[in-house]
Design a protein around this ligand. Structure first.
Ligand SMILES: [Zn+2]
Length: 230
């Protein structure tokens, strides 16, 4: 709020009582108002949560802190724009699944069912978490590389979709690679396997090694750790 407004307005109504506005559930004197408070109040009146938040909040309990982390995560854990773009679409729930394509008019696919199991609607939650063909991949990851990646015994659905701020950058990166592998197989119409995941992780590793060799190889070694030699 421009300073001259604050000095002008009270002159009209002075001396008493000072004008107060009901903002943020309590009365605030006009003199103490600033642009930030007014803007925050007005935006809270008209704020509509993004559709991705409404969709995923139906499945998971996600705090504002976690949302902020999830929106930044793809740009922190990987240097590959292809993977950043993919995870950004997952977080914003704009990845094309059969359920979404079938809702379009006219429908762009013949069925909304999962490409792999053909039993349930293909939503992001089913495709990446609940489908029996992808569950084995997550189980193999935690059984095979759990100790190396400091991963928990089982990954929760929320951790699979978004990653976790408690995880290392490498583990969050690997989770994105696995989801991208699953999605790539869905697009090709073939079943995903852990061998495909290993190939894609190796490709991502080589890409980051190439990028970081030009800048700082120790950063690469610090991130990939024992995976450097695998
Ligand atoms: Zn399925």
């Amino acid at each position: 709020m421009p300073a001259k407004y604050k000095t002008c307005i009270p002159c009209i109504v002075r001396p008493e009582p000072p004008i107060s506005l009901f903002i943020d559930n309590h009365f605030v004197q006009l003199q103490t108002l600033n642009t930030r408070k007014v803007r925050k109040h007005l935006s809270s009146l008209y704020f509509i949560p993004p559709k991705c938040k409404l969709y995923f909040q139906a499945f998971f309990n996600i705090s504002d802190y976690e949302w902020n982390f999830y929106f930044r995560l793809p740009f922190v854990v990987t240097m590959e724009t292809r993977l950043q773009d993919f995870q950004w679409k997952v977080t914003h729930n704009i990845l094309y699944t059969n359920a979404m394509l079938y809702r379009m008019r006219p429908p762009l696919v013949n069925s909304s069912l999962c490409t792999f199991c053909k039993l349930v609607d293909e939503t992001p939650v089913h495709l990446f978490i609940h489908c029996k063909y992808v569950k084995t991949i997550w189980n193999t990851l935690t059984n095979l590389w759990g100790p190396v990646l400091a991963a928990p015994d089982t990954l929760s659905g929320k951790q699979i979709i978004f990653g976790d701020h408690k995880f290392s950058n490498l583990l969050n990166h690997v989770i994105i690679i696995i989801k991208q592998t699953i999605y790539s197989c869905k697009m090709k119409g073939c079943l995903p396997s852990f061998n495909m995941v290993k190939i894609n992780i190796n490709t991502a590793k080589q890409t980051e090694r190439y990028i970081m060799t030009k800048n700082n190889l120790s950063t690469f070694e610090k991130k990939w750790g024992s995976f450097c030699t695998m």
